[in-house]
Design a protein around this ligand. Structure first.
Ligand SMILES: C[S@@+](CC[C@H](N)C(=O)[O-])C[C@H]1O[C@@H](n2cnc3c(N)ncnc32)[C@H](O)[C@@H]1O
Length: 175
């Protein structure tokens, strides 16, 4: 994120959760940039609002209690986006049955792709250790594997010496 986000950029935290990535992004966009944050749980929105308040970053972020698949409603047609982060799965410390889903995750990714500026990046953290996680990770990998290499570079960071289900990180960069 810090390699691509510059002060003044518009970025998206597609799954704010406890707000760690939101705060990090809000610092990166500086005084003239903006973060759009989404989560379907009131608890996540509240936790993130508190984290932003503590860091005095509240004005930098628009928090929306809705699925990231609605992102197209918030962005104007011409709105350039530099970076979007999807930290998939369930809210740490929350209800493990409320998880991101392949159809809505991919819908949001496709919408954001249309707004991505050259060199802009969509980052997805894939977790396969919870029910449905493996299917979601596979759906994302299937989709990004087929993206036109002339338009997008797709990288997969994969831990090869960790037991159980270490997360995979996917980075889609617009060429
Ligand atoms: C792994 S957590 C995010 C952690 C967060 N990035 C942080 O720094 O704490 C995943 C979050 O995605 C949320 N979520 C599930 N489905 C969603 C959707 N369709 N749109 C937005 N958020 C969703 C969950 O409520 C949960 O808070």
């Amino acid at each position: 994120m810090n390699q691509v986000v510059d002060p003044g950029d518009t970025v998206i935290d597609a799954t704010v959760g406890n707000g760690h990535d939101t705060v990090y992004l809000a610092k990166l966009v500086g005084s003239h940039g903006h973060v759009f944050g989404f989560d379907i749980q009131q608890r996540a929105i509240d936790n993130t609002a508190k984290a932003l308040q503590a860091a005095r970053l509240t004005p930098k972020v628009t928090l929306t209690l809705a699925g990231h698949e609605t992102v197209g409603k918030l962005l104007t047609a011409e709105q350039p986006v530099k970076c979007a982060v999807f930290n998939l799965g369930y809210l740490p410390g929350g209800d493990k049955n409320i998880v991101t889903k392949p159809a809505t995750t991919l819908s949001a990714v496709k919408t954001i792709q249309q707004h991505l500026v050259t060199n802009g990046v969509i980052i997805l953290l894939l977790y396969a250790g919870h029910p449905g996680g493996q299917q979601e990770a596979q759906a994302v990998i299937d989709y990004v594997s087929r993206l036109d290499q002339h338009r997008f570079q797709v990288l997969r960071y994969h831990f090869i010496n960790q037991i159980n289900f270490p997360p995979d990180l996917i980075a889609i960069q617009k060429r």
